[in-house]
Every structure is written in C-alpha cells, then in structure tokens.
Design a protein around this ligand. Structure first.
Ligand code: P6P
Length: 339
C-alpha cells in the first residue's frame, strides 16, 4: 500500500484532534477522547438506522410527546440514550443537554465536576427516518463555567456560542459522515464500516463565497416577514438560483457547506423565533460554518453572539455562504429602514 494511503487510513478522528490541538496536553487528550465517544455514538446510531426497516420496534412513534411538543419517535429515544451511554464511566462529560430531555442529564459517578458539557440533538429530522431519507446528529462541547446548583444548567444561560470548544454533526446518508471543528478549521470524516473507524475525508473545508442554492420551506411563505418574502421573490426572478430542501437540517446544511448558498429558517407567525434551537442546533452549525469561511445569523445578529434565555431557546437561522447570507440580511435591514 502506498505510504500516503496507509497514513490516511490511520488518520482517525482521535488522532486528528490531537494533530489539530498540536499538543498532547490533558485538555487535548480529553477532547480527543470525547470526539472518539461521539464517533462511537455515530456508529451505533448508523448501525441502527441501516437496519431500522428490518427490526421490530425501531421505527414509528412512542406515543409520547417531548418537551418541544413533538411526537417522539422510537429512534429519538434510542439515539438519545446512545449519547448518554457512551459517556457513562468515561469521566469526561458531566452533563448532557439534549433536545429530547427537558432538563440536562448529569453523570455524577467518577466524573470530576466542572468538566465538559455535551449539547446535542440526537436525531435531527427524525420525521425522515421512517422514509429512509437522511437524518443527522448535531453536537457541541462546552466547558461547565460557574455553578449549576439547581440542575437547570444556569451557567449555559450566560454563555454565547463563542464558548463552544468543539461542534459538528454526523450525517447518516449514503455514507455516514462526521464533520467537526475544534476552532481550527472544519474537517470531514467518513465511516469505513469495514474498519469501524471514521477516516479523514476532507481537511479545512471551505464553503464557496457564493452558491446557487437557497434552502428553505417555502410552504411557510405567507407566515414570513415581508423582507423574507421579498428575498424569495428576488431568487425566483434571478437566474442562477435553485431550491433544495429535505426537511432534515443536517443534510440541508451539508449540501450548503459543499456547494455554497444559504439555508434559512426564519421566524413565522406560528414560531416568531423560528423553530430551530440555539444550544444544540443553530449555534453548533454556526460555529462550524464560520470555521469553513461562511456566516450565520438570526437575520440581524451574528448567531454566535446570541445568549440563550432558556435551555431550549429558539432562534431564526440564516446560514451559509458569506455573500448569500449578506444578501438575505440586506433585505431584512432594508425593510427595517423603511419602517
Ligand atoms: P419544517 C426537523 O424537524 C427540523 O428540526 C430540522 O431538521 C429541519 O430543518 C426543520 O425541522 C424542518 O422544519 O417546518 O420545514 O418541517
């Protein structure tokens, strides 16, 4: 095997984190170990998804509704439990906050207090699971800062997205891909099932400055602010734009990362703050896309400067190529100016 091919197969996620950290400090070792646990979660979820149609009791709904008022799918529960299980007895992460849990989950045993917090959406886009369309997991790692006395993760409500130590997503598509950043560029790994390892695919991914894609649910058109409707009319009228929307955030964002363009989930009449959650959806994605040279905002403010008011805080999201995010924001600011 040529040297570089072997070396590439050995560039696992854990090794890459240490290379990125340019050190073997305890913090770097911790981060590498945490990323390995996240990769294990991705493997377990990927395996379950690939067999979902063949196994009883994997697809469909549990009959419950979660804290978001959404009906819970069996896969949501399984994936949520996977992330908790892979961090038990790891002594790495003390607190897990997830879309599927009203309050954070604490791992008190053998865990030095004040270490890392994992924020995650275990299966994003789970409505796609039953129809075998791609879904994803989204994660962010933060350091627990200050006291969290009443189990409400109060310290998270004082931090903006720039406090994220690492963030990324796992895309369960034709191949299972993990894209992450620890603040030194955005990098992708592909799961090689024959190895059971995520192997480096692309380093320092750069999102195009502009791209042809706009990704949004135009079914909400009449619920949007006039500025967003005017932006939509603009891309309808001008050559060179194409619409792509899967209804699963991770796949839609990955397409934008690879091909350029903009994803937007604006506020609607029903959800004025939008539908997507800051701590484990929009902030991790904003962190990653900025690392790839793109931008993310809530339409007016840089997404990474937003401080949550509560654990399941929602924000509108405009994210993608710099020029395309700027264009959307110019429609919003123009309308504000006229008011
Ligand atoms: P809508 C899936 O439920 C999700 O949270 C994201 O994955 C996705 O981008 C969005 O909601 C889709 O929402 O309102 O367009 O169906």
């Amino acid at each position: 095997i040529p040297e570089q091919a072997l070396d590439r197969d050995c560039t696992t996620l854990s090794r890459h984190v240490l290379q990125q950290s340019e050190s073997f400090s305890p913090e770097a070792q911790d981060l590498s170990a945490i990323m390995s646990r996240i990769a294990l979660a991705g493997k377990l979820i990927s395996r379950r998804l690939s067999r979902a149609g063949l196994m009883a009791d994997v697809l469909g709904f549990t009959g419950e509704t979660n804290v978001q008022g959404e009906s819970v799918k069996k896969m949501d529960i399984y994936a949520n439990e996977v992330f908790i299980s892979v961090f038990k007895q790891s002594g790495l992460v003390c607190r897990l906050a997830s879309e599927e849990m009203e309050k954070p989950y604490y791992i008190p045993e053998n865990c030095p207090i004040g270490r890392y917090t994992l924020l995650y959406d275990p299966i994003d886009g789970s409505s796609n699971v039953d129809i075998n369309i791609n879904v994803g997991s989204i994660f962010a790692i933060r350091q627990q800062q200050g006291e969290d006395l009443n189990g409400e993760a109060e310290d998270l409500l004082q931090q903006n997205g720039r406090q994220q130590i690492a963030a990324g997503y796992i895309l369960y598509g034709p191949s299972t891909m993990l894209v992450y950043s620890i603040g030194r560029g955005a990098h992708s790994f592909i799961l090689d099932p024959s190895l059971g390892e995520f192997i480096l695919a692309q380093e320092n991914i750069k999102i195009p400055e502009h791209g042809p894609i706009y990704s949004t649910n135009e079914g909400n058109f009449w619920q949007w602010d006039e500025s967003i409707r005017d932006y939509t009319r603009y891309v309808h009228r001008h050559e060179g734009y194409t619409a792509r929307y899967s209804g699963a955030l991770v796949g839609d964002i990955h397409r934008i990362l690879m091909q350029g363009g903009v994803f937007l989930y604006p506020g609607t009449v029903k959800n004025p703050q939008g539908k997507l959650r800051l701590l484990y959806e929009t902030a991790p994605l904003a962190f990653l896309i900025e690392q790839a040279g793109g931008r993310a905002s809530n339409g007016e403010q840089n997404l990474l400067d937003i401080v949550p008011e509560k654990l399941h805080h929602r924000t509108p999201l405009v994210i993608g190529s710099k020029e395309d995010v700027n264009l959307v924001e110019s429609f919003i600011s123009e309308h504000k100016r006229r008011q």
